[in-house]
Each structure stands twice: as C-alpha cells, then as structure tokens.
Design a protein around this ligand. Structure first.
Ligand SMILES: C[S@@+](CC[C@H](N)C(=O)[O-])C[C@H]1O[C@@H](n2cnc3c(N)ncnc32)[C@H](O)[C@@H]1O
Length: 258
C-alpha cells in the first residue's frame, strides 16, 4: 500500500487566500464575472451556495444583481480567513444584508458537503474552485477524481428540484502567461498600478504549484466533454458551456430535474 505523498495544500493558508482576494481586478476575471452573471439570474427569495467562495466576489454578485432580494447567500471555503472578507463585504454592501442573509462557513469540499441538508438551495455557484477537490487512493498509490465527482454529486444533492449549478473551472493546461498578459493591460487603468502588479504577481506565483499538481492528477483541469459527462452522471440536465477568462476557463450550467 502506497502512502499519501507529502502534498502541501496552500489553499487553507491565509497568505494564499489573501493572494486571491484581488483576483477580481484582473480583466480576464471581469470577463468571467460578466459571463457568470448572465447565467445566474437570481430571483427574489432564493437561497444560494457559493462553493470555494474565496473573498466572496460571486456572493457579492448574487446579492447585487438580485438588488438584495435573495433570502440567503452562504459562502463556503477551506480558508477560514475568508470570513474576514465576508464581514467587510457585509458592512459595505448596499442594500446592507444581515448576517443570516450573507454569511460564510469554513468547509473542505474534498470531504463532501456533509454540513448542508439536501434540497436547501435554489442555486449553487462556484468560481475556479471545484477543480481543487482532492482524493488520494492509498491502495492504488495514486490521485483520483473521486472527490471531484463527489462535489458534483453533492452540489446536485443540496439543490432543490429545478435548481441550477453554475460554475467555472480552468481549461486543461491553462496558460497563466496569457492570463498575466491580459492582466498587464489592466495596469494602466488600476488606481494604484504598482499595488495592482504586486497583487497580480502574488497570484501568478501559485500557478506553477497548481499546474504541477494537476499534471499528477491531484487537481483537475479537464476537457469540457469530460466535465459534461460527469455532470450527467451526477444527475444534472440541460447542460450548457462556454469559454471565458481569456480562453482559460470553461463556464458551465446544469439543472436539477424538477
Ligand atoms: C482560484 S480561487 C477562486 C475564489 C473565488 N471562487 C473567486 O471566484 O474569486 C479558488 C478557491 O477555492 C478554494 N478551495 C480550494 N480547495 C478547496 C476545498 N477543498 N474546499 C473548499 N474550498 C477550496 C480556495 O481556498 C480558493 O478560495
């Protein structure tokens, strides 16, 4: 039996989490936000889950596009420090949400979504996160996609019948150089260009680790046909997809049958 390799996971670290707090400033990410927004269409009184929410940009998007009319947005992420960002967002959003309407829960989706009851949400959103679900098979001595498949099944489980799952994941072998190149074009528009460049570089510096682990099969940058087939196996239907994030991510949407 092979033992699990000493695989560092930087995601729970505050330093790594904070490096991604500025991701929304990147022009490529703004393209992804616009595309995601077009597929979310939150309605009054709905409840939403933001999986791997990071600083909460997609949760914020849900709140603002619904003009504060949704009942609840719950952000879940493995990095506990992201609660701080949710607190700041709550204090500054207009209209102002209550804590029950806009809140954070620390959780690792590689172990499922056990704290969440079935059929609780009208929508699940996730931005560039579920691809980091990890599982190591000690008997076979290799990384597997079991945790990834489990996240899809769990997203299906926590959705109400008729609910939708809108999420983005990176394309196979993503070109961070391309993302960085497009990021450079944003430098001149940034109010503080030097600070903007520093933040973009901090994020970029985690790129090698992510690609290296994806090559080992620990993280999952999959072809879109594979993802569609996995979504169908999880039970979702009416699956749509498109390319976004400067060509470096797929955005997908699927529905739980009524
Ligand atoms: C590239 S960032 C995207 C953050 C956010 N969704 C956004 O769009 O700005 C990936 C996020 O996935 C989270 N993540 C990675 N592995 C996770 C896990 N096993 N469980 C929960 N969150 C995880 C990270 O902490 C990080 O916040």
């Amino acid at each position: 039996m092979a033992t699990k390799p000493n695989a560092i996971n930087y995601w729970p670290d505050s330093k790594c989490a904070k490096a991604f707090w500025s991701q929304h400033e990147l022009p490529s990410y703004q393209e992804l936000i616009r595309d995601t927004e077009a597929w979310l269409q939150p309605k009054a009184d709905e409840t939403w889950l933001d999986l791997g929410c990071g600083a909460g940009q997609l949760s914020k998007l849900l709140w603002l596009t619904s003009q504060g009319s949704i009942r609840e947005v719950l952000g879940m992420d493995v990095a506990a420090i992201n609660e701080e960002s949710f607190r700041k967002l709550r204090a500054n959003l207009e209209p102002a949400p209550t804590e029950a309407q806009f809140h954070f829960q620390q959780g690792d989706f590689s172990h499922g979504l056990t704290s969440l009851e079935s059929g609780r949400f009208d929508g699940v959103v996730s931005g560039l996160a579920i691809q980091y679900a990890e599982d190591f098979d000690e008997a076979a001595g290799k990384w597997t996609d079991r945790a990834y498949d489990q996240v899809l099944r769990e997203a299906f489980r926590v959705l109400k019948p008729g609910g939708r799952f809108v999420f983005s994941v990176n394309v196979p072998n993503p070109s961070w150089i391309k993302v960085a190149w497009v990021a450079l074009s944003g430098t001149w528009k940034a109010p503080k260009p030097l600070k903007y460049l520093k933040r973009a570089y901090r994020m970029y510096s985690y790129g090698d680790w992510l690609k290296r682990e994806a090559r080992k099969g620990r993280f999952h940058y999959l072809p879109v046909e594979t993802i569609v087939s996995k979504l169908q196996s999880a039970g979702l239907e009416r699956i749509e997809h498109k390319t976004s994030f400067a060509g470096q991510a797929f955005l997908l949407r699927g529905w739980k049958p009524v």
